[in-house]
Design a protein around this ligand. Structure first.
Ligand code: SF4
Ligand code: SF4
Length: 137
C-alpha cells in the first residue's frame, strides 16, 4: 500500500505551525483598524447625530430628569456595530473613537455594551425684567 501523505504528516509534526499562535502570542491590530468604540461622555452634548447615522441601530440614548438638568446615557452595543465609523465621523464633538481593540470574545452579552453617562445642565433661569428687547422702527 502507498500512503504518500503519511510522510508529509510525520514531517509536519516536527515543523513549526504555519498558523499564528494567537491568543497565546499577542497580536497588534494594523494601523487605522476600526475596533471597539471608546465613548468620551465628557465631550458629548447628547445631540443624537450618531444615532441618526448608525444604520444597524447600535446606539441608544436614555434620559432621566434630575434637579439640575437631564441625565443622559449613551449606549453603543458592539454586538450590532458594523464598525463603519459613521458615528465618529458625524459626531460634532469628537466624543466617539474607534480603537484598535479587536478581541471582543465573551459569553456575557453585557460586555459588548460601551456606555457613558453625563448631566446636561439646564440653562440658567432668567429673572423677570432682566432683559429688555428694543424694537427699532
Ligand atoms: S456622541 Fe457625539 S453625535 Fe452622539 S450624541 Fe454625543 S455629541 Fe452627539
Ligand atoms: S461604528 Fe457604525 S455601526 Fe458602529 S455604532 Fe458607529 S455608526 Fe453604528
Amino acid at each position: 500500500m502507498n500512503f504518500p501523505f503519511v510522510k508529509e504528516a510525520v514531517n509536519s509534526l516536527f515543523k513549526k505551525p504555519s498558523t499564528e499562535r494567537y491568543p497565546f502570542v499577542k497580536k497588534e491590530a494594523p494601523l487605522g483598524y476600526r475596533g471597539r468604540i471608546l465613548f468620551k461622555s465628557d465631550k458629548c452634548i447628547g445631540c443624537g447625530m450618531c444615532i441618526r447615522v448608525c444604520a444597524p441601530g447600535a446606539i441608544t440614548k436614555s434620559t432621566k430628569k434630575t434637579d439640575d438638568g437631564e441625565e443622559i446615557t449613551m449606549n453603543f452595543f458592539m454586538g450590532r456595530c458594523t464598525f463603519c465609523q459613521m458615528c465618529a465621523d458625524f459626531c460634532p464633538r469628537g466624543a466617539i473613537e474607534l480603537t484598535n481593540e479587536f478581541s471582543m470574545i465573551t459569553e456575557d452579552k453585557s460586555n459588548l455594551n460601551v456606555s457613558g453617562t453625563f448631566i446636561k445642565k439646564l440653562p440658567p433661569k432668567q429673572q423677570a425684567g432682566s432683559q429688555t428687547i428694543s424694537k427699532q422702527v
